[in-house]
Design a binder for this molecule. Structure first.
Ligand code: NAG
Length: 294
């Protein structure tokens, strides 16, 4: 039985390799901040450069700040270039995420946890479906995210949610409706980003406190690309559902090279994966069956 199952996996992998050609994600086009986004809070802590092509979020002991997309989206490719807070960033968190607006909300999160000078950032990702999260994964990055801009993106369609760093998949959350797991598909989401103080938990579990003598802490942004199906908050489906590039076959699964890269990230950079946390989850969450095949 077990070997039969493995054989099937092997065969379908073979098919996958032969059937899927590398499908590059559509190249994002940089636009000014104001095209797709607006400030959410502490407006005076957002600074604009080059006519809004580049912005900075400032965090000091009085407040952090944040912004959000003007539109709501159901599926698409969402992309941002960010340069994280340099130097001593311990205690700070820079977040970039999608979230729906209701009670049983869906959410797709990137959270960058700062650190002492020279110590590595952690990238934490999470997925909420129908109000339920607790699906944290944590990795170190293979570069210093404070030294230059890097791109952070989400590909979201009916089949999968892919987290990408510089176009390398670092996580995939497959639609596991067949396993009884909710998948975000009928609640439009806005994009959000913010920089705030979280020294009660962020760095080494709250041991490292934010050093306010180093303020302001500054995260820089550019790109501001959004390629999604815009929908009203109440919409249950997108008007062009199934017809956009991200809905097409080559984006319904990772291709062979993307799987290889994801495995590389997994092997080399994983710090924590809720799927393998038997203390927290004595029995494995169902969607992790898909995670394990990686
Ligand atoms: C910060 O650096 C320490 C020491 O290298 C490390 O244990 C920790 O995982 C790093 N990141 C965070 C966010 O705490």
């Amino acid at each position: 039985m077990a070997s039969c199952k493995q054989w099937t996996v092997f065969l379908s992998l073979l098919c996958l390799v032969s059937a899927t050609m590398a499908a590059p994600l559509k190249k994002p086009v940089a636009v000014p901040f104001g095209r797709n986004y607006m400030p959410t809070w502490a407006f005076d802590h957002i600074k604009y450069f080059n006519g809004g092509k580049e912005i900075q979020l400032h965090l000091d002991k009085y407040t952090g700040t944040g912004f959000q997309s003007k539109g709501n989206y159901l599926f698409g490719h969402f992309h941002m270039q960010i340069k994280m807070v340099p130097g001593d960033s311990a205690g700070t968190v820079t977040a970039y995420y999608l979230s729906s607006q209701n009670n049983e909300h869906d959410e797709i999160d990137f959270e960058f946890l700062g650190n002492r000078t020279g110590q590595p950032y952690i990238l934490q990702t999470n997925v909420f479906t129908g109000g339920k999260g607790d699906r944290e994964q944590r990795i170190f990055l293979w570069f210093d995210p404070t030294a230059a801009y890097h791109s952070y993106a989400v590909l979201w369609n009916l089949y999968q949610i892919v987290f990408l760093v510089d176009d390398i998949p670092i996580r995939v959350f497959k639609n596991s409706k067949d396993l009884g797991v909710k998948f975000p598909f009928n609640q439009p989401m806005k994009l959000y980003s913010s920089l705030w103080n979280a020294d009660d938990w962020a760095t080494r579990g709250g041991l490292e406190k934010t050093d306010w003598s180093k303020a302001p802490f500054i995260a820089s942004y550019r790109g501001f690309h959004i390629d999604g199906c815009e929908a009203s908050v109440e919409a249950k489906f997108c008007a062009t559902q199934g017809k956009r590039w991200w809905d097409q076959k080559e984006f319904q699964d990772l291709d062979a090279q993307q799987w290889r890269r994801l495995r590389w990230v997994r092997r080399k950079f994983t710090i924590y994966n809720y799927c393998t946390d038997r203390v927290r989850y004595p029995s494995m969450p169902p969607e992790c069956k898909r995670d394990r095949d990686i």
